[in-house]
Design a protein around this ligand. Structure first.
Ligand code: ATP
Length: 236
């Protein structure tokens, strides 16, 4: 079943058109990848979904046209966006950040259980539970950003470049946890990733963007090793 559908979505920053007809279909379980070179429009596609940029075309989530909704309205429908750069509250502790992630929820028991789940998923955060977010390493901050999004109990997670700036072993840890989350949580995921090899460790299928258009869509098995993937990442 399809949970999210983009049909011919365009978006511009001022006079510069950045998305030029993106169409994609995200299933209601598993992880779907958006791949492509620097500047292809991956981040903007996520921002279009979460209402952070104005778009034309259609964006349908769970049967409802969400194009034109504000970011808070999109979030309230169960779409959690983990942006590049992570954006935790630096002067709050790890535990406080997790609670902030759950601010729309009222189920105290569920919130406590989900905090425990996040700490089990990211043991590094357990070790830093009383630290301010600003004192965390880059990898820990990325883990906290994902955990905060989990705390909102979303139906869909938008993950932007979770490996950005991390050492390879740390990036692998983060993606191991994302894969576990994919298998255990039932949360549908859209994964934007510059590093195709890492992306293919979690996504079941993906689309490749080139200059704001989806040029190719397939399963991971079909896409791995294709010329378009090499071109998208290595520039030819
Ligand atoms: P990256 O990996 O670099 O984030 P991307 O595929 O996510 O690449 P986008 O961030 O969506 O690409 O950017 C697409 C294009 O839009 C790029 O050419 C970028 O320079 C431009 N762009 C992004 N944000 C803005 C902005 N706020 N104002 C103007 N142009 C922007």
């Amino acid at each position: 079943m399809t949970l999210l559908e983009l049909e011919d979505v365009t978006a511009s920053y001022g006079p510069v058109q950045v998305l030029d007809g993106v169409s994609l279909s995200v299933p209601d379980n598993g992880a779907f990848g958006i791949l492509g070179a620097n500047g292809a429009g991956k981040t903007t596609t996520l921002r279009a979904i979460s209402g952070a940029v104005r778009t034309s075309g259609r964006i349908v989530f769970d049967g409802k046209d969400i194009s034109g909704l504000r970011p808070d309205q999109v979030a309230a429908l169960g779409i959690a966006h983990v942006p590049e750069g992570r954006g935790s509250f630096g002067d709050l502790t790890v535990r406080e950040n997790l609670r902030v992630g759950a601010y729309l929820r009222k189920d105290r028991k569920g919130i406590d259980e989900d905090i425990d789940y996040c700490l089990d998923l990211f043991p590094n955060l357990q070790d830093r539970i009383r630290s301010n977010a600003s004192a965390l390493s880059g990898g820990e901050q990325q883990m906290l950003a994902v955990a905060r999004a989990i705390m909102s109990k979303p139906r869909m997670l938008l993950l932007d470049e979770a490996s950005l700036g991390l050492a390879p072993s740390t990036a692998k840890n983060v993606y191991d946890a994302i894969r576990r989350l994919r298998d255990e949580s039932g949360i549908a995921m859209v994964v934007v990733e510059q590093n195709a090899n890492l992306a293919f460790t979690v996504v079941d299928s993906a689309t490749v963007l080139e200059t704001g258009r989806s040029v190719l869509t397939g399963t991971s098995a079909e896409l791995k090793g294709m010329d378009e993937i090499r071109r998208a990442y290595l520039g030819g």
